[in-house]
Design a protein around this ligand. Sequence first.
Ligand code: FE
Length: 366
Amino acid sequence: MNFYMPTKVVLEDNCVKENGTEIKKFGKKAMLVTGARSAKLNGAQEDVITVLEQEKIAYTVFDRIKSNPDINSVYEGAKIAREEKVDFIISIGGGSPMDAGKAIALLAAQDVQREELFSGKYGSEVLPMVHIPTTAGTGSEVTPYAILTNDGLQTKTSLSSPILFPKLALCDPKYMLSLSKEVTINTAIDALSHAIEGMLTKKSSKVTDVLAIESIKNIISCYEELKSGELTLDQRKSLLYASTLAGMVIAHTGTTAVHSMGYSLTYFRDIDHGRANGMILPYFMQKLEGKMGDTITTIYQAMGVSDNEHLKEWLDGLLGEKESITREEIEEFSLIAINAKNIKNCSVELSLEEMKEIYLQSFGLQ
Ligand code: FE
């Protein structure tokens, strides 16, 4: 076994307000990295500022992170972090601010040229990071990855390094109470996809499988409420617990072709990341049934579904009507996906033809 998870995780009600002394350990000046709106609406930014003021920690706010952040935004954030001489980064939000915060923490501490950004060849310097998730999906608060839009390759690409693990993750489910039904579903599917994909990688282990199964069970326990959009605080907590566990899974295993194939749907068609995964996932699993039957059966059992058809029905119940894409787009997307890093990570490597088939099936074209 080889398990490394250096992030201190606190998953409790009001954990931001109750962990001022933990936050204070990271320095005298913080930079808050977040998006323009949601951290203000859900109360997370206010809680953080209250704690910083209580602890007499100075701060600056960088709230210009958009969905699927690009390279320019993280270089801009890092420039401000240097100018403001901040000691540490507090990222508040879903995957976009949390991933951008990691890249900013890296680029504020060391000079990395744009061409080297995705190389993983960095020194050891990085600003300490506190991550506060406000969605239950990405698991970024416990991973060493920062996924950015890579216009050079026309997809999303991952920065990956053990130095990118946050020092502290403060997970309070109340920030998720104001999430829309659509965001709640999409992020829950992203977490589910992380747990399932983790089990289907070359790097899965007994420990990551245990975490993945626990994650899957917590997500499926909220199925009816996800469909109705009426989730209690306890159910929000279950989904957050599940997404954090699934983050710990992919921190070790990485993801698979599902994520690679989904990235094109996000990059070119603006389909939400979790939703894109959910469209691809059952057809990917169907392809693996002959080669990894035992693991697939274990996943179906954990989900309480009898077979692949049942899994598709389960996901369709959450995804609703699907977008349409053309055969030309599928040709183009498959060629991009086949070159992604995570393709080689699957226990069973797919061919270009198999990928095309999965896209066609996912969109009802075959
Ligand atoms: Fe994901």
